[in-house]
Write a protein that binds this ligand. Structure first.
Ligand SMILES: [Cu+2]
Length: 217
């Protein structure tokens, strides 16, 4: 394992979520209360005369500055999280490298250093097995159309694009994780599913030495 702290995509996502949602709720409340106040205070009542004023530069200016600062703050947080997930994690020394190939309508996971592949989708359901708590490198590509490698529990999704290899590094906690193609890719798109088993490194090596045959750890 490398000296860098392993990046948890789930933690990064939850952190952003815990900042975005309160801000969104705050903005909603400001708008809803302002509309309600305007409706109640300025509702039609005698004597009916049109208002003379139509702008309030200091108020509008501060509102614009506040919005710009909020957007800049959220962009900064989002791009820093993306940097950690996409760039910093590539500095990790991976415990295993898995080539992921999307095709209509299956996933092929190739463990090149062990010399075998497993497949999941319309052809059957062989599991993707990875060592838990260690960096796992994925080389994503596609043979036909754009697919998307999505593991909801990790809060991670990345396109698999024909003619290009997208490199990504993920760390799994122990457990079983459902995965799915997240890019509509044709009639049997919904069958393009897989299951990832994150097991102890020892159980993983044992499974890989059996070349994925026999019992899934
Ligand atoms: Cu697909």
């Amino acid at each position: 394992m490398s000296v860098l702290a392993l990046v948890s995509t789930r933690h990064e996502y939850d952190h952003l979520f815990s900042i975005y949602v309160p801000i969104a709720i705050g903005v909603f409340l400001v708008i809803a209360l302002s509309v309600l106040a305007a409706v109640l205070i300025y509702r039609r009542r005698p004597p009916e005369r049109a208002a003379r004023w139509h702008e309030h530069n200091p108020l509008e200016g501060s509102y614009a500055v506040l919005l710009a600062c909020t957007a800049a703050f959220l962009l900064y947080l989002t791009f820093s999280a993306e940097h950690r997930v996409d760039t910093v994690s590539l500095g990790e020394r991976p415990a295993v490298v898995i080539d992921v190939t999307g095709s209509k309508w299956e996933w092929t996971f190739t463990y090149r250093s062990y010399g075998f592949s497993v497949r999941s989708g319309t052809v059957g359901r062989q599991p993707l097995v990875v060592p838990a708590g260690e960096a796992v490198r994925f080389n994503l590509t596609s043979t036909d159309v754009i697919h998307s490698f999505w593991i909801p529990a990790l809060r991670y999704k990345h396109d698999a694009i024909p003619g290009s290899v997208q490199v990504t590094t993920l760390t799994f906690g122990r457990g079983v994780f459902a995965g799915q193609c997240a890019e509509f890719c044709g009639l049997r798109h919904a069958d393009m599913i897989f299951v990832a088993h994150a097991v102890s490194p020892a159980a993983f090596s044992e499974w890989a030495r059996r070349r994925g045959r026999g019992r899934t750890p």
